[in-house]
Design a protein around this ligand. Sequence first.
Ligand code: BTN
Length: 255
Amino acid sequence: MKGSSSLTTPAFFNLHGKDEVGSTNDEVRLLAEQGAQDGTVVWALRQSAGRGRQGRTWVSPEGNLYFSILLRPTVSIAEAANLSFVASLALADTFRQFAPEIKLSLKWPNDVLIDSKKISGVLLESKANSSGILEYLIMGIGVNLKHYPDDARYPATSLFEKNKENIPSPSIMLEAFLNSFDPWYKLWNKDGFSSVRTAWLDQAHGLGEKIYVRLPGETLSGRFITIDRDGALDLDLDNGKQRLITAGDVFFATS
Ligand code: BTN
């Protein structure tokens, strides 16, 4: 793809730009299986088979940003799940650069909301060895710059809808993201989850409030207390019991 080599990014990243792929996560998986290094990034202008969380489709027309990063930290698969919070913090910093006045918050586990609507999504896919140690993690990120789905399960928006004057191109947004991600990733590598957890909680949407969590086969309702030391959502159920949730879709009583 023209222009992808001219981006200024930290030396850690090795960027491959493509016009169209099925899914950038699949491209990165192929490279990972061939031994590609930590920090390999595949970015595409379009995806013909973009994937969202929980098996959903991520519609990927030209104009938005789609990319995946290969990461190989030596951690357990459970610790690697922290990286979804690292991604959200870096995305939040990036959005603030382009629209400083927007009201931004973070939705568990890894969505960024602008005025309570979803503007980006993160899909983590990983491979571990037989002892549960990570071999690699693929961090796939989609950012709604120009387009957003109007039939999404959760209300969505785009940067264009918020700031028609001056939205960044996908390449400028990618460059800004990689520069924001680098220090958060280094902090997590050095200190573990603790500082990332605190920074995430500072921007969490609905903390202390009533929420609904949709799980396969049931919907829970209760008060969102915190996230625990591993990033699980700590919910005080309406029936007085407490529940730690590691995967599910959160909805808010008021947005
Ligand atoms: C979500 O459901 O919120 C996660 C969406 C993740 C979409 C991105 S776009 C780049 C990468 N390639 C994919 O197929 N999915 C992720």
